[in-house]
Design a protein around this ligand. Sequence first.
Ligand SMILES: [Cu+2]
Length: 789
Amino acid sequence: MKNALLYFIFFSVLNVSLKAQTEPSKEGNIDNLPVHEYTLEINEEMVNKAGKDVMGMTINGSIPGPTLEFNEEEYAVIHVKNNMDVETSIHWHGMLLPNFYDGVPYLSTPPIEPGKTIKYEFAIKQNGTYWYHSHTMLQEQSGVFGSIVIQPKEKILNYDKELVLMLSDWTNEKPMNILRFLKRGTEWYNIKKGTATPLNQVIARGAFGAQLDFWRQRMEGADIADIYYPAFLINGQQTMEYPDFKPGEKIRLRIIDGAASTSFWMTFGGETPNLISADGKDVVPVKKNKTFIGVAETYDFIVTIPQNGKMEFRITAQDGSGTASAYLGSGDIIAAPTVPKPDKIAMMQKMAKMNMKMGAPALKFNPKKDEPYKMKEKWGMKMEKGMKMEDTEGMNQTPEVPKKDGMEGMDHSKMEMPVDSTKTKEMNHSIMNPEMEETHKIKKNDDVMQGMDLFSEYNYDYLRSPVKTTYDEDIPVNEILLNLTGNMSRYIWSLNGIPLSETDKIKIKGNQVTRITFNNLTMMHHPMHLHGHFFRVINKNGEYSPLKHTVNVPPMQEMTIEFYGSEYGDWFFHCHILYHLMSGMARVVSYDTPRDPRLKEYPVSNLIKETNQFYTWGMVDAASHMAGLNLVSSNIRNQFNLSAEYGWNQNIEVEMSYEYYLNDWFRVFGGVNMENEVEDSMDQINTTAIAGIRYFTPFMFNLDVRADSKLRPKISLSRAITIFPRTVIFGRYEYQADFGWADDLPQGDNFKKEVTWSTGIEYIVSKNFSLLGSYDTRFGAGGGLSAKF
Ligand SMILES: [Cu+2]
């Protein structure tokens, strides 16, 4: 069937005609479509979702907002009224619509200003399960999301009733404060979730070697999720009951992951359900229970209500930090299978064995010099240990390009192992050199295979389109490689080591196929979403690869998508983990067509600025021997620091500095330092200008090399390690030399050195408070309290 192709050609023709018109809302022959109208009102109000009244954002008074129901070939008119005192927006996720109504503020649509209403209108030319959400800052986390259900012209599937299940995560904190906390770098959320992996546990499990390997690559561990959530919700509740369904009834569940940052495992009690649709598109029905749902994906299942009880539908947060359940039917509970908590230490061990090159930079030295292919050679999955470096370097010289027919093109005969296609793909990616293949055949490297099993459950091989989704062979193909990059310690997320704020649009052409290979070089899953398009996710089903709007790319894995350029305008393309998007993991995919004149007063720079904001945090210490203050204000490249330490023995040091990040780890700084010259006396305060470099070294030490205006070089090294779940030890060593270059040294000395060091222990009591005990050569020993703000 050439249906898919005809469909695309039809819409590209439609769009050409559309471009020619001055009024984009009057597209095609829409005048006789029945109009279906909705009004949404967004309010800020107190809500209680996890045991505490906090400020939330509601749509028509609820979280989630109402389900918008349409029929295919209707004309949607939606009025969105903003009753809040901040700007908002609504994006219609997965909908094919005119660019102007896509709802990304400043990019495609004006923001909805306080007190104002915007009318969105578009023809409904698809069916299935979709959703809508705010695209302003982190408002989706506060509750601005809801579902869209579109009935097809002809109902093909057989079921009795349907039910929307909107999944989400809930926090009692202010979302922007969460992001600020992530930027400062903290173990707190992992402590709170019980997913921290302190050194005592690592050692007890015999994983110290793996830990060293991670530290060498400047990573703390195998982090799965960033944030602590007190509750996960289904349709706004931790437990939902649907007792009205009768035994034997077939129910179509329309499941949407509307969470801000949580992917879930879905499990079903009773009979194994039928998975029938993904991201709004029908798939060849497949019986499947435990199924992964990435952020922003949708899946439809048909379940049968059991004869003798109520079936449980359960979601388990991917990192095992919580669950929520919906019960369908009545009677005794027919429980859904439980999903065990992932073992982060075991993951770390497996990954270390696989000899992966992790920790690719999230921030390149020179963002203008874009060389993603080189990055791919340098980082990612490598061969077994013991293999020489030159072999590895030589392997990936030519960027690997998936064959036109997807996985069908891969040469499976080269592989002796009965592996699934994702594995084959990875192996192919590592084995380019024929000699290497030989070695591999014999060795059948268990470690690598084991490591691959780690992520094999995340492939999409169970999704098969009922129709061929390939494009005509004559259509030119444009290849793009996007390495997914991130830096957990500074919480910067990017593509090819370049955050959104430092790059241009990705320009694509209409009537062309754009093929994007994602190469995830981070330890996290990234659900990548392209606005306004469906793309093929190339899997083992080749020509029948499924169409999706969001693709989850698992850690250290590759995923290839392709789509036909059937639109016009600028479309947002980003990781749907809101905190990753807000930290730079986004691009604008642009057809390079003229900007809509209605956007004249809304520069796109306003959207981009959101991803490069300054975040400010601080800490005060009050102890028996000293008091200290630390203030940091930082965006992606720039940071201002103020630190002041005062010992009750009359020693003082105050330092102000500005630093510029050349890349993730290396920065240059300059500033002013004030210190007492004579020990234990404030009589003589010595003020010097300072300049130097700071470097975050492999094994995670902070190195500071500087000289002051008296030409005295100084080097210092510091490090903190979490040894028990809430206990951190830290140390710092400083060496300053004075050769008398600037001032003559007293008594004719030609060299004077000064060594200071400190060490201490911190017990983390709560998110903002710690107990401290420390010794410092300048201030002596003591204990006290530390507060973060
Ligand atoms: Cu992400």
